[in-house]
Ligand binder design. Structure first.
Ligand code: AMO
Length: 428
């Protein structure tokens, strides 16, 4: 019977099994050899003996990370730590690995991030590295389920586009036949148009491209954006959806993958209660009271965000950002238009999400475009959607890799994406 390593716990003493995986380690003694076989669920010791195991004579030539198929009998009469091993009847090489490996899988010396990323297919064989993506997948699954159950439609909007959404400079140009096009920075304009289209609640999980030149542990040039947009809703509704979406993702992970959580060094809990909120102006007051110079209209530095974040246990919102700091589509706060109905979700000094109520009045939107030195004519495809009945609406964009970064306490956002695109890397 073919089984995974994790399935061996349900197998009876003496029963025959077939295991497929990688040869992680091999130790050849005089009349006995030990192999550690690894599959995607764990590792197991395989014992083989001359005369008992077909293929024994080629063991001495087997290299680490060779793909093998082992058939044999399970026994719990073992000295191995896991309390179970397999006595091999046959060991077959399915595909040999070259030697030496450019990156060790079990070597205690951990390689630098560049070597790891260059050899990402090997790096991902380390269970603790693969775990990042297993957890990411579960978090996203839980969030997807929540949005689905909350009446959101999952959509897919174009990534080759004609206009900037988040500011002109950070665009990757694409030659689109005779025209100039760009890789999309965010599904912003399209998700808003879908509100005019009457879908009412949409979400999208997809790539977003930013031609930002900075090289930091928090920035990627291609990241995964989880976006929502809701009709007949404001920033408060959007913040509630974000809070509940994140809680649902974590709840799903904890409910379905206890073994993942158990393998981590840090705790993961569902946050209790509402995420606290602090306005941008109150952040300034707080910083000034600590002797920091913080001017209205300027973004906070990472050091300032550390001070602000120090006040909170986990996630918190910074609300009412200056209108001058936010994109043209952000709705000003009625009666106090220097600030806007906008928010960022933060975790310590890290920004995880940006969102806002949007401008829905077409005249105001045109004016906002002009005030940001953008030409409304370049946005006519978008503005049209506002001229024939656009509901009030709100939404946000959450960076999946930033979420993994903070949840898993990673040092560098590149660890949270399979094949990072950064200032210098476009392979693998
Ligand atoms: P913003 O540009 O703030 O807002 O992006 C939203 C979220 O996306 C993530 N993010 C990034 N992650 C990694 N590398 C980057 N270079 C990067 N840039 C952004 C962050 C950030 O909070 N259209 C709006 C969202 C909205 O209002 O709906 C937008 O894109 O987690």
């Amino acid at each position: 019977m073919q089984v995974n390593v994790s399935g061996l716990k349900d197998i009876k003493e003496g029963e025959e099994v077939v295991l497929n995986g990688w040869l992680q380690e091999i130790r050849i003694l005089k009349n006995i050899s030990f192999i550690v076989l690894r599959d995607h669920t764990g590792t197991i010791q395989i014992t083989s003996k001359p005369g008992l195991t077909t293929g024994y004579d080629v063991l001495s030539q087997m290299t680490r990370e060779t793909v093998i198929s082992v058939s044999g009998n399970l026994t719990r009469k073992t000295q191995s730590k896991s309390g179970v091993e397999v006595i091999a009847k046959s060991i077959e090489v399915l595909n040999a690995s070259k030697s030496p490996l450019p990156l060790g899988i079990i070597d205690p010396v951990s390689a630098d991030i560049e070597t790891r990323l260059t050899n990402r297919f090997l790096d991902l064989r380390k269970p603790e590295v693969a775990m990042i993506f297993r957890i990411e997948s579960e978090l996203l699954w839980g969030m997807r389920q929540f949005f689905h159950d909350s009446d959101f439609v999952e959509v897919h909007t174009p990534k080759i586009v004609a206009a900037a959404t988040e500011g002109g400079a950070d665009l990757f140009p694409v030659q689109y036949f005779e025209k100039q096009a760009y890789l999309n920075q965010s599904p912003q304009l399209y998700k808003e148009m879908l509100i005019s289209a009457g879908l009412n609640r949409v979400f999208e999980v997809g790539p977003a491209f930013r031609a930002e030149k900075h090289n930091t542990p928090r920035h990627l040039n291609e990241f995964t954006s989880i976006d929502i947009e809701m009709g007949f809703a404001d920033h408060n509704d959007a913040m509630l959806m974000l809070q509940e979406g994140i809680k649902s993702g974590i709840r799903h992970l904890i409910a379905h993958r206890q073994e993942y959580i158990a393998s981590l060094s840090q705790r993961i809990d569902v946050p209790e209660g509402d995420f606290p909120k602090i306005t941008y102006r109150d952040c300034i007051t707080k910083l000034e009271s600590q002797g920091e110079i913080a001017k209205f209209g300027e973004d906070f530095t990472p050091e300032q965000l550390k001070i602000i974040g120090g006040e909170f246990q986990g996630f918190y919102f910074i609300t009412e950002w200056p209108s001058s700091l936010r994109a043209f589509y952000t709705h000003p706060k009625p009666g106090d238009e220097k600030v806007s109905n906008s928010f960022d979700l933060q975790y310590r000094e890290f920004e995880i999400t940006s969102g806002a109520q949007r401008v829905h009045d077409p005249a105001m939107l045109e004016e906002r475009l002009r005030s940001k030195n953008l030409n409304p004519e370049d946005f006519s495809f978008y503005l049209n959607a506002f001229r024939y009945g656009m509901p009030p609406h709100a939404g946000w964009g959450l960076g999946l890799e930033r979420l993994s970064l903070i949840m898993l306490n990673l040092q560098n956002i590149r660890e949270a994406i399979l094949f990072p695109r950064d200032r210098t890397r476009i392979t693998p």
